[in-house]
Design a protein around this ligand. Sequence first.
Ligand SMILES: Nc1ncnc2c1ncn2[C@@H]1O[C@H](COP(=O)(O)OP(=O)(O)OP(=O)(O)O)[C@@H](O)[C@H]1O
Ligand SMILES: [Mg+2]
Length: 362
Amino acid sequence: MFIKKLQLNNFRNYESEIYEFSDGINLIMGKNAQGKTNCAEAVFLLATGFSPRARRDKQVIRYGEAYAEISATAQSRYGTLSSKIQYYKDSNKKVTINGIETKKVGELLGNIFAVFFSPTELKLIQESPEDRRRFIDISISQLSKRYFYALSKYKKILEQRNNLLKNPDRDLVLDTLPIWDEQLSLYAGEVIFWRNDFISKLSPAAQKAHAFITDGKEVLKVTGASNYQGDAKEIALEIKQALADTVERDLVLGYTTVGPHRDDLKITLNGEDVRVFGSQGQQRTAALSLKLAELDIYNQHFGEYPILILDDAMSELDKSRQQRLLKLISGVQTIVTCTHVDEDVFDGLECKKFVVEGGKIV
Ligand SMILES: Nc1ncnc2c1ncn2[C@@H]1O[C@H](COP(=O)(O)OP(=O)(O)OP(=O)(O)O)[C@@H](O)[C@H]1O
Ligand SMILES: [Mg+2]
């Protein structure tokens, strides 16, 4: 799959600009703070509805404006696709997919696919379990909208259960909990089932990418920390039991202590926890390998590669890793942002270059 055209209106520091991409490597170059990441962000937003950095969508509207719009057309093996997001200062955003308007941002999923990597993805390795869950959640959501909706429901019910646990009326809580637990465990079963399945594909794919980039020097392994196995229904039953078993503890703490919201990924390099023992470069490469694994998984699932966005990621790797990376992604449309390029890294590769200055392609 590749994105052909990206249109930005009042999006961040862009007033009105159109990017026409090639289906190979696209280099977006420019000094700091010119709009390179903003362009990369727009592509990922149109693919997933998630921003790699903004927590609130109104932040993307150009300062002083009331409205912003981004849209893209892409080419998949099945034909032409389009996605559009319209942001309003004073009301909710609107999403249009292949000409059909919807209020559900989740509907963006499954239209245009993209994988995003930048140096801040190091948090995938270094930071909290939440960052790792976010990674797999966005990734699986692109594979299955059903997962996205099951997870949304799970989170909503979990919040209600946690509120209930804080209620001082113990009898009422104990009477009401089974109703919530029934629902909660059903969605938990689905979420954990999908995650188990995803991790079983992620681990070998990440291992392969990592071995390639490091020239076979390092063995990367990913395991899920969830103990629940089986199909979604079996897992749901186990979770329901676990919720019942831990109710006293949950009542004391005032929140739910079992379920997929507590899961984590364990990532090892040559058998050692990369978070504890890995060098910066190793951690960075491990994070990159996880993202490259996504390419493989999408390709297995859909029979084509997603769009790869490498935001400022090249400069963080040594030259041999850069060259191996570029070899690995041949055949994948890639949007690479950087402040400068080592020309010889791109020697012999066809690239379309954009130079951006103050939100304009010059
Ligand atoms: N809503 C907004 N309205 C106007 N400008 C914005 C908005 N949000 C961000 N900006 C500006 O966009 C500029 C460019 O940001 P961007 O992150 O794309 O830079 P960059 O080219 O990737 O730079 P770097 O090389 O430092 O990563 C920043 O100066 C930022 O202040
Ligand atoms: Mg940037």
